[in-house]
Design a protein around this ligand. Sequence first.
Ligand SMILES: O=P(O)(O)OC[C@H]1O[C@H](O[C@H]2O[C@H](CO)[C@@H](O)[C@H](O)[C@H]2O)[C@H](O)[C@@H](O)[C@@H]1O
Length: 264
Amino acid sequence: MGDSAIPAALRDALTELGGAEHVLVALDFDGTLAPEVDTPDEARALPASAAALRALEALPRTSVALVSGRSLESLERVAEAPASVLLVGSHGVELRLGDADRHPPLSGEEEATAVRLEQTLRDVADGFDGAWVERKPAGYALHTRLSSADDARAAQELARIRVEAAFRGLTPRVGKNVLEFAVRSATKGDGIAALREFTGATAVLYAGDDVTDEDGFRALGAGDVGIKVGEGETAAAFRVTGPEAMAEVLRLLAESRARLVLPR
Ligand SMILES: O=P(O)(O)OC[C@H]1O[C@H](O[C@H]2O[C@H](CO)[C@@H](O)[C@H](O)[C@H]2O)[C@H](O)[C@@H](O)[C@@H]1O
């Protein structure tokens, strides 16, 4: 893909970002680096994106991070990223920053809630073809990608009704063909704030395709670059069409960063 798919204003912003003192490149995984697939374990970053991230990581004062709704364990498996890549999992609940893994264990009360939640969502999933439940460190997700459109809608509606009736204080998270409930309320915005503090970055690029990525865009400020991948309402200043165009964005950023970063 040529850079004609990248709007001129975004190309200018990438050039400016390339000259910042310390750049943090923080990216959502599914739908941003990796095209969507039916089986979550089979998702992989496009080779062109993976290559651009390796090029960025090798540059001075340039940090690379993945910020995902996946558990850290699942993200590590599919992203196949070197240990130097910083990771935020479970929408900000779990952090892998340098040598420090931070994913506080659930309290007894949270654990008991999670057990009841699992049963509630499994009962719903059992009633609809193609629906299934994914275990997360702080909750459960009801997947409906393999269901018919009617079944997907009905399954998610029933899940909301049952959860609202039986639980207080859970955090719902809506995604593409997935509805998740968690006992912890951290967001991708919290993850980006932690990454910014950990790296000392002076400018951040964040890109994502889904509803929970909006928390990430809202955590950006002056001098940062937010990129919505695909369609939908967004607080991001820029938009690209999909993971292929995103790979091109990363290639352009690696190019401008290599040209403009000071060697010291
Ligand atoms: O924040 P992300 O990195 O975008 O992760 C969001 C969810 O990703 C996975 O589910 C989504 O991608 C799957 C693979 O393409 C797809 O089959 C599913 O329909 C999507 O919802 C993951 O399974 C979830 O746990 C993440 O929350």
